[in-house]
Each structure stands twice: as structure tokens, then as C-alpha cells.
Design a protein around this ligand. Structure first.
Ligand code: FCB
Length: 443
């Protein structure tokens, strides 16, 4: 299959996040985050791995920007670590924390790469978690203050802004089922954390715009939900899961309303916050990995659905089924549901992990990743041909990195990282993506 072509002004990029690559967790006044606490808790991370060094990007950012320059991408999606800027999550900014991102943004500018900045990719300052974290409305207010600090410092040099990455993952994995920091097991009692993150988003959009930010969006993880069968009970279960993982996150931001299925679990008085939450956005970031299958709940399940494996597709080593056509289905479905309320889309994450190794000849052969990216770009092109307005595509990820509770085994990078030596080796997929980007630049 040929790689499809995209408009000449299409934005090609790569994504990372602070906690997954930076390391240097005790340097230059950074405070502890929920993920430092979580990784230090026995039994939470595969193999007891931690991110105290990760890909050592804090010290090697120049080398990593040079890699991006060689790749030819026009944009780089990174996240700022809140605990570097406000070590306790409130109060005056830590100049050394701002200084790191200053240097990184300047380095990117010199390389002609536009930064897309995420303010929060899950690393909550531990002091805020101790005061209730996302269960507390105050965390949203604190986030608004943090957004103002960062906006005032960088709005002149950063064009693309995302307040929070994937609030669904924080609510569900972090608070409902405890697989991610902060590790609570609250099931549906976790739903107020979604509302407080939405409020944080709205307050941050206001603060960023007040600071002069031009292009502000969001980034949510979405995937189509398929019923296990045509039975009415399975179809209803799929609708329930769709409300919980997709609509609970897109509707408040885009439509200013909550799906009725879970509204009963929201904090009292939530409706008064909806106008703040539904700020007009310049783009909507979609992170796509996979579809999910739901069936009617089995006996004793307190939820309204069972999850079933998605069968019949090849899998990544992160247990994700590889289903490019579900990417097209998702985007076309979003366009149908949200219509003109949906701003232009950036694909802010898409990628896959395999146990990539450096061969004796120094090469990393990852044909599965090349096929994955090519097939997902084809599905994206089909969605665009069907009328979905997509402006950019960011591969997750530039580098192999710390994949949360799975540690370092899932390798998502276009660049292989040897975590013993920190040697970076561009994989075959790096060369492939470089040629795709170059080919479009030359058009
Ligand atoms: C997304 C996260 C990102 C990474 C990828 C694989 O949900 O935003 O940090 O872990 O999954």
C-alpha cells in the first residue's frame, strides 16, 4: 500500500511527555509528583521500574532536538512538568524550572520546529494530591494559576497549546481502577475528577488567552466502542462505555453538556461550570490507539458493561489490537456527532510499541511500525476525504520512554533508546517517517 498524500500545509510532528522522558526528578527545584510517589510504591510498575532517569531528556534535549531536525518535522508536542514550575502546585514560579523549558523552546525555534505545549500530562504535584488532587475543586483553580504563569512566560514563542492530556485516563486509570497514579480504586465515585479536570481546562484556556496564547485546543484519547453482538443488551452496554470513555470527555468541552448516563455522579452544582468548560477552541486533539468491545454486564459487575477482547486483529506488545479502519470510523463518527461544534482536528498521538532491538549491524528493523503508521495515515486520509477537517499528525513517540505502569518494555519510539547507556538509535521507521515528511515538504 502506498503512503497517501496530505495538504502542503499539513503539520507533521512527534509527541512526548515530561515524566516519560525527562528524568532529573530532583534537579533544579522540581517538587515530587504523584507519579514519583506511585513509581516508588512496590508492586505498581512492571519490574519495579522507575522514571528517575527515564530517557535523560533533561540533560540530552539538544541531542533530541537535533534528532527532530533530522526527521524534518514541523512541530513537537511536549509537556511541561507542573512540579518543575510550582514544586508544591501553588505560589511563585520556580525560575530554574521555567529556565529549562526556555532553553528547550529556544532550541526548537533555532531548528525551525514549532512547539505544541501540553501543560499537564498526569504529573500532579504531590502536595496537591495530598490536598485531594482531582477530587478537589481547588486543584482546578490551582491549575488556572499555573496556566497563567506558563502562558505569560511562553505565549510569545509558543503557538499551540493543550491544557490537559487525556483526562479520561487520569479519571479512570488513576482514580477509578487504580492502575495509574494516584492509584485510587473508586469506580464511579471517581467521576468528579473528570469534572474538575474539565473545569481546570476551561480556566486554563481563559488564562492562556489572557496571556496572549493564539491557538488553544485540547487532547483526548478516543476510540470507537463496538458491541460484542447485535443483541439489545450488548448494544446498550457499548453505549454506556462510549458515554464513560468518549462522550464524558468530549461533550462538556464541545457541547457544554454532559452525557445523561453519568450526570448523576457529578459534583453538586456542576452545571454552573459548563460555560467555563465549553470555551471556544481552535483545535481538537485526538489521541487514537484502538477500539474497544463491550458486552452486557455479567452478574455482580457494579458497572453497566463488561469489557471484551477485540479479537481477530494483530496486536502490539502493549496489548493493543491494530485496527486502522477504526481510526477512520472514529473521526467520521466525531464529525457526525459534533458537526460544526468540532473545531479542526490535530491527531496529537498515534503510534505503537514493539520489543525493538538494535541488530548486530546497528540497525533497528521495525517493519511493523512502518506498516502501522502507513495504514493509519491511509485511514486518516480516508476520513479527510469524507469531510473531516484534520490539520496535523503527531507520532507517539519520538523516543522510547517510560510507559507508565508497564515500565520500559513497550517501546513506542521512532528512536530506540538504550536505557543503560542512553544511546539513541533511529529505527527504520524514523527514516520512513522522514521520507514522508520530506516528500510533503518538497511538493
Ligand atoms: C497515551 C498517553 C501517552 C502514552 C501513550 C501510549 O494514552 O497519553 O503518554 O502512554 O498512551
Amino acid at each position: 500500500m502506498q503512503t497517501p498524500t496530505f495538504p502542503s500545509d499539513f503539520l507533521w510532528g512527534v509527541s512526548t511527555s515530561a515524566f516519560q522522558i525527562e528524568g532529573a526528578v530532583d534537579e533544579d527545584g522540581r517538587g515530587p509528583s504523584t507519579w514519583d510517589t506511585f513509581t516508588a510504591t512496590p508492586g505498581k510498575i512492571a519490574g519495579g521500574e522507575h522514571a528517575r532517569v527515564a530517557a535523560d531528556h533533561y540533560h540530552r534535549y539538544r541531542e533530541d532536538v537535533a534528532l527532530m531536525a533530522a526527521l524534518g518535522v514541523g512541530a513537537y508536542r511536549l509537556s511541561i512538568a507542573w512540579p518543575r514550575i510550582q514544586p508544591d502546585g501553588k505560589g511563585a514560579a520556580n525560575p530554574a524550572g521555567l529556565g529549562f523549558y526556555d532553553r528547550l523552546i529556544d532550541e526548537l525555534a533555532d531548528a525551525g520546529i514549532t512547539p505544541m505545549i501540553t501543560l499537564y500530562h498526569w504529573d500532579t504535584p504531590q502536595a496537591l494530591e495530598d490536598a485531594g488532587g482531582w477530587l478537589s475543586r481547588d486543584t482546578a483553580e490551582r491549575f488556572g494559576d499555573y496556566a497563567a504563569i506558563v502562558g505569560e512566560r511562553f505565549a510569545d514563542r509558543v503557538n499551540l497549546w493543550i491544557p490537559l492530556n487525556e483526562p479520561m485516563v487520569t479519571s479512570i486509570y488513576g482514580y477509578a481502577i487504580g492502575q495509574y497514579a494516584p492509584g485510587h480504586f473508586m469506580l464511579l465515585d471517581a467521576i468528579p475528577t473528570a469534572h474538575h479536570q474539565h473545569l481546570a481546562h476551561g480556566l486554563a484556556v481563559q488564562a492562556l488567552r489572557a496571556a496572549g496564547a493564539k491557538t488553544v485546543g485540547t487532547a483526548n484519547n478516543h476510540g470507537p466502542i463496538w458491541p460484542a453482538s447485535d443483541s439489545a443488551a450488548d448494544v446498550e452496554a457499548a453505549r454506556q462505555l462510549d458515554a464513560l470513555v468518549n462522550r464524558l470527555y468530549a461533550d462538556p468541552v464541545l457541547l457544554g453538556s454532559y452525557p445523561e448516563e453519568y450526570a448523576g455522579h457529578l459534583p453538586d452544582g456542576y452545571a454552573a461550570d459548563l460555560p467555563t468548560i465549553a470555551q471556544p477552541l481552535d483545535f481538537y486533539g485526538v489521541n487514537y490507539y484502538e477500539p474497544q468491545v463491550a458486552a452486557a454486564p455479567s452478574e455482580g459487575n457494579p458497572l453497566t458493561f463488561d469489557l471484551r477482547p477485540v479479537e481477530g486483529y494483530p496486536m502490539t506488545n502493549n496489548d493493543s489490537p491494530i485496527v486502522p479502519d477504526a481510526f477512520r470510523e472514529l473521526l467520521v463518527g466525531m464529525r457526525e456527532r459534533y458537526g460544526d461544534a468540532l473545531p479542526p482536528i490535530h491527531i496529537t498521538e498515534n503510534g505503537c510499541s514493539f520489543p525493538d532491538v538494535v541488530g548486530d549491524d546497528g540497525r533497528v528493523r521495525d517493519p511493523e511500525r512502518v506498516a502501522f503508521l502507513r495504514d493509519h495515515l491511509s485511514a486518516l486520509r480516508e476520513a479527510m476525504d469524507a469531510g473531516v477537517d484534520v490539520r496535523g499528525y503527531f507520532v507517539w513517540s519520538l523516543l522510547d520512554n517510560f510507559e507508565w505502569s508497564k515500565g520500559y518494555a513497550p517501546r513506542f519510539g521512532l528512536v530506540h533508546v538504550d536505557f543503560e547507556t542512553q544511546v539513541r538509535t533511529p529505527k527504520d521507521s524514523f527514516g520512513w517517517y522522514r521520507d514522508v515528511v520530506r516528500g510533503h515538504r518538497a511538493r
